[in-house]
Write a protein that binds this ligand. Structure first.
Ligand SMILES: Cc1ncc(COP(=O)(O)O)c(C=O)c1O
Length: 379
């Protein structure tokens, strides 16, 4: 048996998404910028897909800018805030995804922008009083805080922070890569400047995502080139990917509440079973349904002499999990997120992440293998 419990890294593409993409790859090969019928057909599909996305988020289609994924969308938000909106300070946190953290570091060094990290508690929750104190200093500011953390599941109160940013005149970007299509968004009721998406986190294809840029926030260019994406992002569009993204979003929002309940019940089941198997087990980040990303469970297991082999041994037994952010897998560096919340790094930390396709049988298999690893290899 092979069990995939690394859905925060990426998800399997839904069969319906593959079906939607095939005819585009085969038949709709025109360049959306061409004026002949082949181009016009492609353009029509592009704009239909944009409208589908906008309808799900309750925003204008013109506010959706397709990108190559979450990283590019995060880069776009941060760069344009500095180069076009006159931002002189970025407030972010120590546990952002590198798509934000490294971008903020690079932009602040290059553009001589002040970079400030907001305080966090031991679960990674933002200290809202500290944020407010920072915002009270009247400086042209971008706040960039992720909606849900991809390693420890902790979420921010998005609407509250959006209101605070408006109150103090700061721009607000939130990396919503892990929550897009997993939670409903109503952008008519959320005054935020930028949010981001990567289709491969919700059973869409890789290499496609988007930036939502509020129409009140005037930005004009990021990737220079052709006039695609209202001139903000030059380059021929990844049409099959865009159609796949829209289809994946349709599927996700068709039954988002059932999906949430199903996945959360698996997560709570796994937590209960882990408690029974390992009385000293603990969990990093938030675990409350109301405050946490229900697809992610970060487990701090008992220490053993051979803990470094844990992920490798589980992989040999067919269980794919992650020790931190998958985007750094292969690297030996510890997780900056666990470091950012001063977690116990002496014990093995395993991130299990689930999807709508995960079953209870798969969780049982993973638990069984984990138990065996502890009994045979690690004791
Ligand atoms: C929170 C978060 N932001 C950004 C990204 C980057 O997205 P992409 O892989 O589409 O560039 C990821 C991917 O792991 C993520 O989890």
């Amino acid at each position: 048996m092979r069990v995939y419990l690394d859905n925060a890294a990426t998800t399997p593409v839904a069969p319906e998404v593959v079906e939607a993409m095939i005819p585009v790859l085969r038949d709709t090969f025109g360049n959306p910028s061409s004026t002949h019928s082949f181009g016009r057909n492609a353009k029509a599909l592009l704009e239909t897909s944009r409208r589908i996305v906008a309808k799900h988020l309750n925003c204008a289609a013109s506010e959706i800018i397709f990108t190559s994924g979450g990283t590019e969308a995060d880069n776009m938000a941060i760069h344009t805030a500095v180069t076009e909106l006159g931002v002189k300070r970025i407030i972010t946190s120590a546990i952002e995804h590198h798509a934000v953290g490294h971008t903020a570091d690079a932009v602040s060094a290059h553009e001589k922008i002040e970079l400030v990290l907001v305080n966090l508690d031991s679960k990674g929750n933002v200290d809202l009083e500290h944020l407010e104190t920072l915002l009270k200093e009247a400086k042209p500011t971008l706040v960039s805080l992720m909606h849900a953390n991809n390693e420890i599941a902790t979420m921010i109160p998005l609407k509250r922070i959006a209101q605070m940013c408006r109150q103090y005149g700061a721009y607000f970007h939130s990396d919503t890569v892990q929550t897009m299509a997993h939670f409903p968004f109503d952008l008519s009721d959320l005054d935020i400047d930028f949010i981001t998406c990567a289709a491969h986190k919700f059973h869409g294809p890789k290499g496609i995502g988007f930036l939502y840029a509020n129409k009140k926030t005037k930005v004009t260019s990021f990737i220079h080139g052709g006039a695609q994406e209202r001139g903000l992002r030059g380059g021929t569009e990844n049409l099959a990917g865009i159609v796949g993204l829209a289809k994946a979003m349709d599927l996700a929002y068709e039954d988002v509440e059932e999906h949430q309940k199903h996945v959360f019940s698996l997560k709570s089941y796994m937590m209960d079973q882990l408690h029974a198997l390992f009385p000293t087990v603990s969990f990093h980040g938030e675990t409350d349904f109301d405050k946490a990303l229900y697809t992610v469970l970060n487990v701090c297991l008992p220490a053993t002499e051979k803990t470094s082999m844990l992920l490798f041994t589980l992989d040999l037994k067919g269980v794919a999990v992650s020790g931190g952010s998958a985007c750094t897998s292969g690297a030996t560096k510890g997780s900056h997120v666990l470091e950012g919340i001063h977690a116990d790094m002496t014990r093995p930390n395993v991130r299990f992440s689930f999807s709508r396709y995960t079953t209870k049988e798969e969780i049982d298999y993973a638990l069984q293998q984990l138990q065996q690893v502890y009994q045979h290899n690690l004791s």
